[in-house]
Structure formats: C-alpha cells, structure tokens
Design a protein around this ligand. Sequence first.
Ligand code: UDP
Length: 327
Amino acid sequence: MRILVTGGAGYIGSHTVRQLIAGGHEVVVYDSLELGHRQAVPADRLVVGDLRDIDHVDQLLVAHRIEAVVHFAAYAAVGESVAHPAKYYTNNLLYPLQLLDRCRRNGVQKFVFSSTAATYGVPEVVPITETTRQLPVNPYGATKLAFERALADYADAYPFGFCALRYFNAAGAAADGSIGEDHTPETHLIPIVIQAATGKRPHVEIFGTDYPTPDGTCVRDYVHVDDLAAAHILALDKLAPGMKLAYNVGIGRGYSVREVIRTAEDVTGLKVPVKEGPRRAGDPPSLVASADKLRAELGWAPQYDTLKAILETAWRWHKAHPNGYDG
Ligand code: UDP
C-alpha cells in the first residue's frame, strides 16, 4: 500500500514506519521535526513539512497516489493541553480536519488515527472497553474525541473507512536500542524516572499521592511501542471503505506511579530520587485497557506483557543514547 504517515518521525510514528517498511509498504513520512527526529526514519522517506501547510500535504497525496493515511502528528501532553487549549484545538483538531477533507477530495479511503485513552475521561468502570462512555476531562482528550467523531461521520457519508486506536501509555523502545523515546521537554513518566535514576535530573516528582488507588498514585496501562505499532499494521490490513473501527491498545494491566519507580530501580539497579508533589491538572486516577476486542478481531498479540520487560527496552535505549538522538 502507498501510505502517508504524518508525524512519522515521532516516537510511536517512527516505530510504526519501521514496521510498515519491513512489511513492504511504500511509505512517505510527513513530519515538521518540531518534536520528531530526522534520525528516527530513513532519509529517503522523509518529507519535512507542517500539517498547517495543507496544500503541501495535498501535493503529496496526489504525487504519491496515497491510498492510506496514518495520522500521528499531534501534541500529546495532558497538562499542557489544560494550560494551552488553543494549541491543542489548532494542531489536534483544526489541521487534522483539513487533512481529512483533502483525503476525501483525493480519494484516500483508509485512515488510521492515533486516539487516546484520554477520550474516556474518568471511566466509570475499569478495565475500559471500547463502549465505555467517552467523556474527556482535558482538552487533549476532547480534541481527539472530536476528531474520532468527524471520522465516523465521514465514514457514514463517503467511501471511507477508519480505525481509531485508543492508545494507553506508550513506553519502551525498539528491541535493538536503535530508536526510542526522546521528547524535549520530556513530560512522560518512564523517561523522567530513568533520567532521575541516572542523575540527569535531581528527582522525579510524583504528581499526586492522594488518588483513590491502592497506593494513592495514578495507575496507567503501559504498552510497548512496538506492540502499539503492530496494531497499526493490523488495522491497515483490515480496513475497507465504510468501516468504523475503534480499539483500545493496552496490555490490560495497570501500574501505579510508585510501581513504575520501583520497577525502574529494579531494572537499572539505580536509586530513583523521589519528591511527592500535588496532582497534575487533568489526570484521571486510573486508566487500564481491556484490549480484548483488538486481540479477538485483529489477532493482536503483544510481545511485551509486563512493565519490567518494557522498561528493559527503555533502559537499553537510554544507555545507548543518554542524550537522545542528538547525543
Ligand atoms: N507522572 C508523575 N510525574 C511525572 C510525570 C508523570 O507522577 O514527572 C504521572 C502522571 O501524573 C500520570 C502518569 O505519571 O499519572 C503517566 O503520565 P505520563 O505523562 O507519562 O502519561 P499520560 O498518562 O499523561 O499520558
């Protein structure tokens, strides 16, 4: 298939691009490199550009006779979305709506979308299934849900099918340590914990210790980035016009912030300095997936089913690239 991957030089995008290329697909990566990394994708696949430049995207759809779009390009920091909703509504909703319409006009009939567990808000029941009510509690989740709805309306009205993959917490790195997680600034728990273990930051601050969870800290479902990437390949294989697919992607097990810290100490053999702090705005107490539907319908079978196994790959990447891609 000829596939345009927006945000393909980012963390999850680059792992997916690698699998798409290995699967024989013709891949064009479109990335502004604001958060993505040139080194994360083969140079001959990369087109540097911003989603805001929709005519540029349109030219690529036409020139490469694109059949499917895998859309990663977005901002993904919950706390930032609360402080700067305009940034999220513009980048995560306005530009993607333009992209979607150019897909329609250019006959692109398959679309895989990076959605999120944040669309569920504070779920009434855990584990979360795909039919759990979607009621986001932060602008990040709200923009992702709004775009899911637009995709569904397009699929009802036009020859178009989509798959929304609702990611839980992506973590880890390629098994060979060649590509991995590198955000600036880093906001995600696992890389922050590793940075605190290695002395690159003084401590990890725990955002809230008074949540209604077993140890008072937030619980999340951490899924390995290569397992997450594999879900995109399965979705593309399945997609056809008229399909409206949505799947949770998580391993179905929750770990608290304290458990992440303890496991990181175990994996690295290093002490992680900790500071207890207040809650971060917009954080639900517990997000754990039921990914039964993804397993049953697409045959998804994650290779990494424990936090420890995931953290080992994150640690390998960090040791080989202590300063990320630019080191
Ligand atoms: N977290 C934390 N300290 C940090 C970063 C994150 O306690 O420095 C917590 C955060 O409140 C959340 C969990 O770790 O409960 C995972 O946060 P992350 O930002 O990695 O992913 P999110 O769940 O927001 O997508």
